[in-house]
Design a binder for this molecule. Structure first.
Ligand code: IMP
Ligand code: MG
Length: 193
């Protein structure tokens, strides 16, 4: 427990607007879990979480999935390559599970340019899965850099920088129970990853 005397400002106060509140998250996760359980009925799946961003979403979603399930993570970092003015996702911790002939559900926090998911999809396809689908908590309404759509989407959000429920700004705000837009004065060019 936190000492009541500690003067810690709530990170929630750094939000300008709340886009998705706790109640909406809870009910959408319940629906997604039911849909995934029905779609894969009678099969085992392997959930691959792209961390760190998907960590909270995946932890809550898999507890709404009524199927035998294996879990693994892939750590990806996106950065500005000095030589090329594009964000290049790079795998910095690879998948350990054997995905050969396995039904794979790849999960990320947010689909933005599509670079991250399309790159990981390519990597997983080479591992010979029986099937491969993708699921994102948020689908940001941006012009995609690559042609990519997710099979399961929690919420569609406008083209704004959002944090909370796993999404970060410089590794902060992941613990917020809701998803919101940071106050403009707190938004500097982020190092997304
Ligand atoms: P994409 O590769 O451009 O589709 O972006 C996906 C990754 O960028 C996500 O996994 C996030 O880590 C990060 N990202 C994109 N938009 C946001 C945002 O609004 N807030 C926090 N992270 C974001
Ligand atoms: Mg991130």
């Amino acid at each position: 427990m936190l000492n009541d005397d500690l003067d810690i400002e709530s990170p929630l106060e750094d939000l300008d607007t709340i886009l998705v509140d706790e109640t909406a998250l809870k009910s959408r996760l319940h629906e997604l879990g039911r849909q995934i359980s029905a779609d894969y009925k009678g099969q085992e799946i392997a959930v691959i979480a792209i961390i760190n961003g998907a960590v909270i979403f995946v932890a809550d979603l898999i507890r709404q999935i009524n199927l035998p399930l294996q879990l693994d993570c892939v750590r990806v970092s996106s950065y500005h390559d000095e030589a090329k003015p594009v964000r290049t996702p790079e795998i910095i911790d690879r998948i350990r599970l054997d995905l050969q002939d396995v039904h794979v559900l790849l999960i990320d926090d947010i689909l933005d340019t599509g670079n991250t998911l399309s790159k990981i999809v390519e990597v997983i396809r080479k591992m010979g899965p029986a099937s491969l689908k993708t699921c994102v908590l948020l689908d940001k309404q941006t012009p995609r850099k690559v042609d990519f759509e997710a099979d399961y989407v929690g919420f569609v959000v406008p083209d704004e920088f959002v944090v909370g429920y796993g999404l970060d700004f410089a590794e902060r705000y992941r613990q917020l129970p809701c998803i919101g837009v940071l106050k403009p004065e707190l938004q500097n060019p982020p190092e997304w990853g």
